[in-house]
Design a binder for this molecule. Structure first.
Ligand SMILES: C[S@@+](CC[C@H](N)C(=O)[O-])C[C@H]1O[C@@H](n2cnc3c(N)ncnc32)[C@H](O)[C@@H]1O
Length: 445
């Protein structure tokens, strides 16, 4: 859907993108400073206490954390090594044109079997706009404990700091909020692309994939590519990738710059299993069982994204779900371009990102073909609850969501509660388990 954006929208988008890139680049400086605070605190202690702490190796541990931070920093710098692929140096006159797909030329020419399509210009603006309007300072997090002490007020990778798009002079100084999102991105890599994350993925993604395969059980696997599956709020893209691996045509949709930049590296610029090593657990010293637990390296990816079989159809589209797949002005016109275009929509930890869940469900319903299936798994951690930016927020309970879905035209089946974690640290002394709602819902024609 082509939309027009004002010059200030474009500028705001570019500022936000540049600030995210700066956050990646400033990670080492910021994180080393935080670790140095611990070192400085040692000087405030009595000499005998310092000696004892030295004997047990506390200072040595701080050095090891420094080293891990520097390794993380090298990885994060690779992610933002070529930010121009996101089209932010495109001339502004392109910005109100038709949507354009950029298929990484390396993918086409080297014959990799999936395409990572960033819908630049127009759609790129969509995710920028949503980023701005979705910003709020009191955000809710699925990340759980160990995520900067955020028992309920932590920051999510997709929430934009409201101050980060303001015009500034001089170099941007990333906030705690920005760094929190960056650290969440490292944990998201564990969830989606590491061996360590496999248990968490098994709990969330497997029931969804099983339900998808069951819904299309009369379709031979070699014909699955004729069926189009959408994964909104795709994060780092693993669920969408897995669905493409099953043979379906799969498109992920995501609007966070952090997620988009990070998934670009893992999907397009990685040619070996375990190519990158990250240390996602070195940022908090709380609830740590041992030095080894905190300093354990995580290798990513656990599978090679380019190993999708020839002919696979896999794409990732940047932008706000409502902007891209929704009808203009909330109009339910059946001629709408995405109307009836999808055979399945899979929402994993996504529906609670809605300001207006009614609109999300209407869109899912409208873009599905008759008989199409919506498979959901997730909690109801309403992301806009108590937001500080006057965004509207409709916060239904689970029963209400299901009643609403039926009213909109879904028949819900296969309902159950699935216990699962979200970017959890399996070796932490604290952990959250979500009692997520799972269902399969078919569109009543
Ligand atoms: C809780 S995360 C779940 C990510 C992934 N589905 C998973 O299970 O790991 C929600 C994701 O939805 C994305 N998101 C939130 N609102 C969105 C919107 N309106 N359009 C596109 N993506 C959105 C966020 O950036 C975030 O990556």
């Amino acid at each position: 859907m082509a939309r027009n954006f004002s010059e200030s929208d474009v500028e705001e988008e570019q500022i936000h993108f540049a600030n995210v890139v700066t956050t990646f680049q400033q990670y080492a400086q910021y994180s080393l400073a935080a670790n140095n605070r611990r070192r400085k605190d040692l000087y405030t202690l009595p000499h005998s206490d310092k000696e004892l702490l030295d004997i047990i190796g506390y200072r040595q541990k701080l050095q090891e954390v420094d080293k891990a931070i520097l390794i993380n920093a090298e990885f994060l710098k690779q992610i933002v090594a070529n930010p121009e692929i996101f089209g932010h140096d495109l001339p502004s006159q392109d910005l109100d044109g038709e949507q354009q797909e950029l298929i990484n030329p390396e993918i086409s020419t080297e014959g990799l079997f999936y395409s990572l399509c960033y819908l630049l210009t127009t759609l790129c603006m969509d995710f920028c706009l949503s980023g701005r309007s979705h910003s709020h300072s009191h955000s809710h997090s699925h990340h759980g404990p160990g995520h900067s002490h955020d028992h309920n007020g932590g920051h999510e990778a997709y929430i934009v700091d409201p101050t980060s798009t303001k015009k500034r002079h001089g170099k941007y100084r990333p906030t705690d909020f920005d760094m929190d999102k960056l650290r969440s991105t490292l944990k998201q890599f564990v969830r989606d692309w590491s061996e360590e994350g496999s248990e968490e993925r098994e709990a969330s993604y497997k029931p969804m994939k099983d339900a998808l395969v069951a819904h299309f059980s009369d379709i031979p696997p070699n014909e699955r590519r004729n069926f189009r599956v959408l994964v909104p709020g795709a994060g780092l893209g693993r669920l969408a990738y897995d669905i493409a691996s099953l043979g379906f045509a799969c498109q992920g949709n995501e609007f966070s710059h952090y997620m988009l930049l990070a998934s670009y590296l893992i999907l397009n610029k990685t040619d070996q299993i375990g190519q990158h090593t990250i240390y996602p657990y070195v940022h908090s010293f709380s609830n740590v069982t041992s030095r080894d637990a905190m300093l354990r390296p995580v290798r990513i990816p656990d599978v090679l994204p380019s190993s999708l079989p020839a002919g696979s159809d896999f794409s990732l589209v940047a932008g706000d779900f409502e902007e891209i797949y929704g009808a203009e002005d909330g109009d339910c016109n059946e001629q709408e371009p995405q109307s009836g275009q999808w055979d399945a929509v899979l929402t994993c930890f996504f529906i609670d990102t809605a300001k207006n869940i009614v609109n999300y469900l209407r869109i899912i319903h409208r873009i599905l073909a008759p008989g199409g299936v919506w498979i959901n798994l997730g909690p109801l951690l309403w992301h806009f609850e108590n937001n500080a930016t006057n965004d509207p927020s409709v916060e239904l309970d689970l029963e209400e969501v299901k009643v609403l879905a039926r009213k909109i035209g879904f028949e819900i089946s296969n309902e159950r509660t699935i216990d699962t974690t979200y970017t959890s640290n399996s070796q932490s002394m604290l952990g959250y388990v979500y009692r997520t709602a799972f269902w399969t819902a078919t569109k009543i024609p």
